[in-house]
Design a protein around this ligand. Structure first.
Ligand SMILES: Cc1cc2nc3c(=O)[nH]c(=O)nc-3n(C[C@H](O)[C@H](O)[C@H](O)COP(=O)(O)OP(=O)(O)OC[C@H]3O[C@@H](n4cnc5c(N)ncnc54)[C@H](O)[C@@H]3O)c2cc1C
Length: 515
């Protein structure tokens, strides 16, 4: 990196702003950077975003976050997957697990053997071969084993946490590492006359803050990337028709489940995210299909416990910014784009933007914050790829339904989907093959979970499975089922595990503080 410290201005102090601040402060040496974060407590944060993906653990590890401490201070629970209820047909339930189904036999993915056995009359469910699914159904948890020969190594886990406490925790972490925070509202953005790059932002306290690199974490308003730079937005509402949500916490009732639930409803779907101190709930819906008042009433009538607040309305447009890195502004979080929360992907997209930016930044910046345009382009391509992959996966849930009992499902079932998704579904239907890729989110087990769960069934499978005789096939499948069952029986009830590993701490404490 260059000699002068890079002056980084982060605009916004929600999950995106504080994750960025924490990571930059932890990864770049103090002499390499000067980080200033500006947030407005008057505007506040979106405050939802409570379910995560296993990748967050790599982020925590890279920047040195202590997992039990983070979990204790954010009232977190463990998450082994997402249960989808009523998606293909009313009454259906399947879990998208964070882990594999069985393991390859003679180089052939396990599900081909399961399909063959099914074709021969076996009635076992694919879920019986997934440890995180069986553990979820039995409310049990244990940390995965590092012994790769053990069935206990076949899963990962994520967290369900309180989003406001998470931002607060990260703020403590970042401030301890030298990030300077200012609570003020940005009222103007000044662009450099010669090239239109952002030179400085003006605050409502009269101060002007200049920088080399501006990271726009200002949420849906996209203060720098859109309002100042007019970057443009690719909208995907025709494929992802939900554009609003009502969010409301309620009291916990019953055991804390180690998974998030997404229940398809008459105009969208409802989330249920169990935390140690409360349950997070929300109704994500399309404004073409239900009114706000009706959505709020439906949500309140379907809570597990007493509501702890009034339903809070949120509006959004599915899509992404045409470039998330434009001139010297990088948009991260809601300022960069939004894909609805069905698969809890937003925090992942924040994380990947941060780590990719950190990797691309090193050695890239020159004098006066000039960035190599080839690096900027490569970064933008990468982020586009991440968004596109998530988009197709989300559309699959809506499109592959047999439901015809509501307008939204009729629309989604019959809509034209992106060619990239058509190709994936066709390949799966004909050959049971999942399009695989090296980078990006959602690998084979995730696609399998949703294909099978949404009743997309292949008509053929790998003929190499025929090398095994029928009795041996039955024996091998039984062995996997037994291993999964007996391992889950040795796991601990989820709440008991939480009580030992990360008992909730008072919500007033930040990173590094001890009870
Ligand atoms: C309904 C819904 C459910 C979701 N569920 C999930 C989930 O389960 N999992 C998941 O991963 N993600 C989820 N998300 C996404 C997640 O909430 C966001 O990705 C995350 O909270 C990041 O938000 P943010 O930091 O980009 O924006 P925000 O939280 O909106 O923060 C914006 C910041 O910018 C500041 N700001 C704005 N304008 C100014 C100004 N003029 N001057 C100074 N400061 C300013 C604000 O004060 C604030 O600090 C969900 C989102 C929605 C809408």
């Amino acid at each position: 990196m260059r000699q002068q410290p890079l002056k980084i201005v982060i605009v916004g102090g929600g999950t995106a702003g504080w994750m960025t601040a924490a990571a930059f402060a932890a990864v770049l040496r103090p002499e390499q950077r000067h980080i200033r974060l500006i947030e407005s407590s008057e505007i506040g944060i979106v405050g939802v975003g409570e379910a995560t993906l296993p990748h967050i653990r790599f982020f925590n590890r890279r920047i040195g976050i202590d997992e039990p401490e983070l979990m204790a201070k954010t009232q977190a629970t463990f998450k082994l997957g997402i249960e989808f209820v009523n998606w293909a047909r009313v009454g259906d339930s399947y879990i998208h697990p964070f882990g594999a189904y069985g393991s390859k036999i003679a180089g052939v993915p396990f599900h081909h053997y399961w399909l063959r056995a099914r074709g021969e009359g076996s009635d076992s469910s694919i879920e019986d071969y997934s440890l995180p699914i069986v553990a979820s159904r039995m409310n049990r948890f244990a940390l995965p084993s590092e012994d790769m020969t053990s069935v206990m190594s076949t899963f990962g886990y994520a967290f369900q946490f309180d989003a406001s406490l998470y931002a607060k925790y990260l703020r403590g972490f970042a401030e301890q590492r030298g990030v300077q925070r200012t609570d003020a509202k940005i009222v103007d953005v000044q662009l450099r006359a010669e090239d239109g790059w952002v030179e400085s932002v003006k605050l409502d306290n009269g101060e002007t803050v200049g920088g080399d690199l501006f990271i726009d974490c200002s949420g849906f308003r996209g203060l720098l990337i859109e309002q100042a730079l007019k970057t443009g937005y690719d909208e995907w509402t025709k494929w992802l028709p939900c554009d609003r949500a009502m969010a409301v916490p309620c009291e916990n009732s019953g055991p804390l489940t180690p998974y998030t639930r997404a229940t398809a409803r008459e105009a969208g779907w409802q989330w249920r995210i169990p935390l140690q101190h409360r349950m997070g709930n929300g109704y994500v819906y399309g404004s073409n299909f239900i009114s706000d008042d009706e959505a709020a009433a439906k949500l309140l009538s379907r809570l597990d416990g007493k509501p702890l607040a009034d339903p809070r309305p949120l509006r959004f447009t599915a899509g992404r910014r045409r470039k998330t890195w434009n001139r010297n502004v990088v948009a991260i979080g809601l300022a960069g784009g939004f894909l609805e929360p069905l698969e809890s992907t937003s925090i992942y997209l924040i994380q990947i933007a941060i780590t990719t930016l950190l990797d691309y930044l090193t050695g890239n910046e020159g004098t006066r914050g000039q960035f190599d345009p080839r690096i900027v382009e490569a970064y933008n391509r990468w982020i586009e790829m991440e968004y596109d992959r998530v988009r197709d996966f989300l559309i699959l849930h809506y499109h592959a339904t047999e439901r015809d009992d509501a307008e939204i499902w009729n629309y989604c079932r019959t809509m034209d989907v992106p060619d990239s998704l058509k190709h994936k579904m066709e390949l799966f239907r004909r050959r049971a093959r999942v399009v695989t890729y090296k980078d990006g989110l959602f690998l084979e087990p995730s696609w399998l979970a949703v294909y099978f769960g949404q009743r997309v069934m292949p008509t053929a499978w790998d003929p190499l499975t025929d090398a095994m005789d029928a009795a041996e096939l039955q024996r091998q499948l039984q062995t996997v089922r037994d291993q999964v069952q007996s391992s889950v029986m040795r796991m601990t009830p989820h709440e008991e595990f939480l009580a030992k590993y990360c008992p909730a701490m008072p919500t007033s404490m930040g990173a590094g503080e001890r009870a």
